[in-house]
Design a protein around this ligand. Structure first.
Ligand code: ATP
Length: 323
């Protein structure tokens, strides 16, 4: 367990973090999300003591990080940075084995471990072991970064915007890889991103950071259902997320695709003229519309996603406009 207790970090006159309390549980995929300059990296770096708090303390398994043996702490913590954090003059095998070498693993054992992990991240060892970083794509380099972080089987992996420099397809693939690794391992992952879609997709729980403060901590569902304040609400208020929710409803069989003609008729019926009873006859999205009409505060969870009444209304309105 990682605990931040009354943590403050001051640079000059500026508070980068103020009086912050947070607990990250063992085995969680915990995401720190917030806009640029909000303090996410500062928070992350306090866990492996790259940054030292001005006040308060950070504890790992009840041990104050400030009092831990630094080398031991770093060697047993995986750290993945933005693409490009590999040593340019070392091969993939050497890069991936840096931490193992520091821990005294012999070459054959290192080799075996790295081969095993390359396969796990879908890279063919034959092809990649002897390559240099300038012979890798951004996505491949980042997979090597992940192999390096996993190599010594750490209890904790810190990831600082690891996918922000990647193209959308590589980014998606690596997000799926992290979700898969997290399912397979008992490792705790702390992941920093400014991308709220990435945060929602990955997080078991997430913390929204803004101006050095934790505005809200919880699951994506909790935060989307009840944003703590206007900033959190606006930060997650994104049309593509609403569309995802809508699609989840359709995918779950609660809705059906309709022609724009009937939809616009229904839309006006549902929203404006109160003909809900008459429309809600089968197990369709219109039943859901009925529910919303009767219980406007109702929030429905479908296929692990959260749907708010506003999502449905926005959807129907859009179909209406499209006609
Ligand atoms: N070494 C430093 N010296 C002075 N100020 C710093 C230092 N490191 C960070 N800061 C300041 O602390 C604040 C938080 O920075 P931090 O890097 O933690 O933010 P972040 O949320 O990770 O941002 P980004 O997403 O842009 O990396 C910023 O205002 C930053 O300018």
């Amino acid at each position: 367990m990682i605990e931040f207790e009354q943590v403050t970090k001051t640079y000059g006159q500026e508070n980068a973090l103020q009086n912050l309390n947070l607990t990250i549980n063992d085995g969680e995929l915990f995401v720190l999300v917030g806009p640029s300059g909000s303090g996410k990296t500062t928070l992350l770096k306090m866990i492996n003591r790259l940054v030292v708090p001005t006040a308060g303390q950070v504890r790992i398994d009840d041990q104050n990080v400030a009092e831990m043996d630094l080398e031991n702490l770093r060697r047993h913590t995986g750290y993945v940075l933005q693409a490009g954090a590999l040593f340019p003059n070392m091969t993939v095998e050497q890069n991936a084995g840096v931490q193992l070498e520091a821990l005294g693993w012999q070459a054959p054992k290192r080799h075996q471990r790295i081969v095993e992990l390359l396969k796990k991240v879908d890279l063919d060892p034959e092809t990649f072991l002897t390559r240099y970083p300038n012979e890798l794509s951004g996505g491949e380099a980042q997979r090597i970064g992940i192999v390096r972080a996993l190599a010594a089987n750490p209890k904790l992996i810190l990831m600082d915007e690891p996918f922000s420099a990647l193209d959308p397809i590589s980014k998606r693939q690596l997000q799926e890889l992290i979700l898969q690794l997290h399912q397979e391992l008992t490792t705790t992952f702390v992941f920093v991103t400014h991308d709220m879609r990435e945060a929602i997709h990955l997080a078991d729980r997430l913390a929204v950071v803004h101006d050095g403060e934790l505005l809200q901590v919880g699951t994506a569902t909790q935060i989307l259902a009840e944003p703590a304040n206007e900033f959190v609400h606006d930060f997650f208020d994104d049309d593509s997320i609403r569309r995802q929710f809508m699609q989840a409803v359709l995918d779950a069989g609660l809705g059906q695709r309709v022609t724009s003609k009937s939809a616009s008729a229904l839309a006006s019926g549902v929203i404006f003229s109160g003909q809900v009873e008459q429309l809600a006859k089968s197990d369709t999205i219109f039943d859901w519309a009925n529910l919303v009409q009767q219980q406007p505060q109702q929030i429905v969870q479908v296929a692990g996603r959260l749907l708010k009444p506003a999502d449905l209304i926005a959807y129907l309105a859009r179909i209406g406009e499209a006609k």
